[in-house]
Structure formats: structure tokens, C-alpha cells
Design a protein around this ligand. Sequence first.
Ligand code: B12
Ligand code: SF4
Length: 481
Amino acid sequence: MADVILFFSKLQKGKEDYLLPISLLTIAAPLVKAGFSVKIIDQRLEKRWREILTEEIAKKPFLVGFSVMTGLQILNALEASRIVKEKSQIPVVWGGVHPSLLPEQTLTHPLIDIVIVREGEETLLELVDKLKNNESLDNVLGLTYKKNNEVFCNPNRPFIDLESLPSIPYHLVEVEKYIKKITYTSGHPGREIVLFTSRGCPHRCGFCYNKEYNKRRWRGETAQRVIEEMEKLIKDYQINSFNIQDDEFFVDIKRAEKICQAIIDKGWQIELSSCCRIDYVAERMDDNFLHLLEKAGFKTLFLGIESGSPRVEKIICKDITNEQVIKSMEKMHRFNINAKYTFMAGFPDETIADLYQTTDLILKMKKINPYVRIPPWRVFTVYPGIALYDLSVEAGFKPPRSLEEWAEYDFSTIKNPWVTPRMKKIIENVIYSIKFLRLRNKRLNNTPLHLLLKLYSALIDWRWGKHWLSFMPEKFLLKFR
Ligand code: B12
Ligand code: SF4
């Protein structure tokens, strides 16, 4: 029997891209170290999850914990929580980004007993101890809970010293199922896994959870700890590609340098990818540093630009300039690291003129590097706790009032009330046509389609240059061809 059940619910309706449930593995680590047994159920992989959950509940664990992000994951976690509640008196505990940012609203739901706010490792261990010994929860930092139908919010727990955490108990899951055989890092065959080396971010982008969730505090593991973790994964699971999912890996440049140097010294032939800020490349990374990244195996860096309009950059507090974008591009162009420049649209107060400033910036970037990689734009979504939340409400966003409403919240379509039908068309047409800008890809040079695509790509360039993006009749012709 397991003392604690931890449940990772599905994020999407159909088939989904799944990564290791690190949130659950990391909170399981102190429990395992303290001698508690833990069972992880990943709904994404387990067709029989209902039966497994029911069997486990019958063994009377101390609690069942759920890791929850905003969106559909809530609905799936509610369905599983209902099974626990219908079949037992076992406490249902929710943790993760969504309940941490809205603990009281989350607890008004009758299926949830306890919310663990922010980092869960120490709080969960203390909670399990208290439940085991039938003690009061009054002094457990980081807990919000119900007692006699009244909600109590204990003070927050200070951020954890990452060095104090026990190593991740990978044996609790079937790691092989989470190893990507086509890597995200380079798109080539390999054995890739996710890796976290730090938490938080000191910056203040208005669309990001970080400012509220991590209070602009960045905490990094030491280079030595990171290398030990990688070594273990290489040895135990023959990993040769690491998809680093830190909020911002490069905050401590010296640490990043040490990690890269150690990889080179060890002679590992591995690939790496992560996010990185534009201003870091422009202002803090010299050619020696970029060369070191290349040598260590960095194949892809995701560089967030979001908008080409200085006015929008100000609204979203991105704190970068178009000059830094161009400067970082010129630098990256000299190295064999795939830079992917990401954009967003649909911010409150963004205008059509702002959107066209962004397309102009992209055209300028294409002049420097015709093969510049720009993934389809993302649409701004209002998440709990983000700095742009109040401005979004002022602009007409109706805040969901319950877990069910947050669950139905849809990030895949352009629904922000301030986005006019014309802006929506432009955004959709940019997202559609950016594929053709991207088709200027070296790999297509010798294909029979090449000439046709080159012609269409030139038409797209011309449209972008003329700001004629609200009407694209050929989109329908191509759709029905
Ligand atoms: C990997 C990842 C994904 C993966 C899924 C995760 C997986 N395992 O498969 C994929 C790629 C599928 C994904 C998708 C999306 N993601 Co995502 N994702 C992340 C990312 C980069 C890492 C998550 C992670 O594992 N962190 C590491 C662990 C250690 O941290 P943690 O999850 O916060 O867990 C700690 C605490 O929260 C707590 N905790 C967590 N769970 C539990 C459970 C219990 C019981 C307890 C006690 C404690 C606890 O303890 C943990 C350790 O301290 C985060 C950003 C980040 N760096 O964290 C964004 C992030 C979570 N994602 C985010 C978003 C917005 C999305 C998308 C909506 C994006 C989109 N537009 O499509 C989608 C869809 C999500 C959905 N709801 O359907 C937002 C969340 C915003 C929100 N309010 O929920 C984040 C914060 C990114 C951001 N900067 O805004 N994501
Ligand atoms: S978007 Fe990136 S840089 Fe901005 S606050 Fe979030 S993690 Fe930091």
C-alpha cells in the first residue's frame, strides 16, 4: 500500500505531448527520503486510471494530491477528486500554479480539502506527518485548508533552498515512457528528457505567472548539482538531449558558464535547449560565451520578443528594445545555435498599428537572416495572478468565478474581448502566413515545390510589407485545393 497518492491529470482533450511529471516527482522526494511510500498515477498514460485510483484509495493513504495548471487539467483533476470523495474520507490536496494563485477560490469547491501554496516539497512532508499523527494543521506554513467549512490561510513558506532537496525519485515512474525519441532540442532522433536547474525569474513580464508566483526571486541549483543530475540521467537512462524547462536558465551567467564548461570537460556528446532573454544575448553574452554554449551542445534557444511595438513592450513590461533584438540576431547568426524568436499578440490596448510594427520588425529580422525561425505567434491569455490581469478586466475580460469556469478557459482561440474582428483576422493571417515565411528553409531548396513556394513566400513578404494582412483570399483557395 502507498502512504500518499499523487495524481497528474490530462492537460488536453485528445492525444497530448507529455513530459515527466516533475512537479510530482520533486514533491515525492522528501516523502520517500522520510520513509513514506508514494504512488504516482499519470492519467495521460494510464487508461485504467479510475480502477487504479479506486484500488489505491481502498488501501487508505494519508492523502491524494493533485498537480494543477489553469485550464482543462482542472476538470480532469476534479473528476478524479470526485472519485476520492465518493469512495472515502481521505483528504484531497491540490497544489501547482493554479491553486497556488487562487487558493481561496479553489477551496470553495466542495471536492477539495487542502491547497498547498507554491513550492510543495517541505509543506507536503509536514502535512503528511501531521495527518499521520492526527495533529492540527494550524502552524503548517504554505497551507490553506478547510475546518468546519471555514477556510484558513496559513502564512506562506519561505522559498526552499534547492540544494537541500533530496534527489528526484525517478523510479516512481516508468521513465522510458517519457523519453522523447525525436528531440525537441534539434528535431533529430535521440533520447531526450526534461531538466530543471532553477526556479523563478527576476524579470516582470506582465503576461507571466512569475512576478506573483516567484516574487521575482530566482533560485538556481549549483553547477555541480546540475552536472551530477545530468550524469545520473545519462548513465541510468542513456539520455543525450536535455530540454531545460527553467523559467530563465541564464540569470546567473557564471553558473551557466560553469555548467557548459563541465559538459565540455566531461566530453559528453549531448544536445541542450532552453529559453533565454533577448537582452541577455544582446548585453551579457559575448562571442566567447556563445561559442561555449555551442560547444557544450546548445542547439536551440527560445528568445521571447513578443511585440515589435515599443508602446506594447512598455505595457507588457518586457524591458527589451528592438535594437537589442537586432543586436542579438546579429550575434546569434554567427553561431550554429538555432535561435527561435517567439511573439505574442492580443494584449489589452494593442492596436492594429502595433501589430504592423511587429510584422515590420520580423521583416527587418529576415533581412539579417532570411532563415530566421519564428514559430506561430501565441495569443495573450489572461491567467490568474499575472500583472496584466487588472488591465485585462478593465478592458472587458470577465474573470472566471469558479474552478469549472477556469477549466473551460480556452487558450487556443482569440477570444479576448478587446481584440476587434479586424485585429483577429490580422492575427490569424499572420499566424497562417508565417508558415510561408518559414518555408524559406534551406532544406527545401532542392524540392520540386521550391519555385512555387518561393513565389508564394515573395507574395507574403510583399503583403507584410504593405500591411495588407486583414484579407487573404488565397488562404481559402489553398485550403480547398
Ligand atoms: C513543462 C510545462 C508544461 C508541459 C506540461 C507539464 C508536464 N509535466 O507534462 C506542457 C508543455 C504540456 C505545458 C502546457 C501548457 N502550459 Co505549461 N509549463 C510547463 C513549465 C515550463 C514547467 C512545469 C514544471 O514541471 N515545473 C517544475 C515544477 C518543480 O514546478 P511546479 O510545477 O510549479 O511544481 C511545484 C509547485 O507548484 C508545487 N506543486 C505542483 N503540483 C503539486 C501538487 C501537490 C499535491 C503539491 C502538494 C504541490 C504541488 O510543488 C512543486 C515543487 O515545488 C511551467 C513553467 C515552470 N518553469 O514551472 C509552465 C507553466 C506551468 N505552463 C503554463 C501554461 C500557461 C501552459 C499552457 C496553457 C500554454 C499554452 N498556452 O498552451 C499549456 C496548457 C496547460 C493546460 N492547462 O492545459 C503556465 C501556467 C499558468 C497557470 N496559471 O497555470 C506556466 C507557469 C508557464 C508560464 N510562464 O506562464 N506546460
Ligand atoms: S516571460 Fe520569461 S523573462 Fe519574463 S518574467 Fe516570465 S520567465 Fe521571466
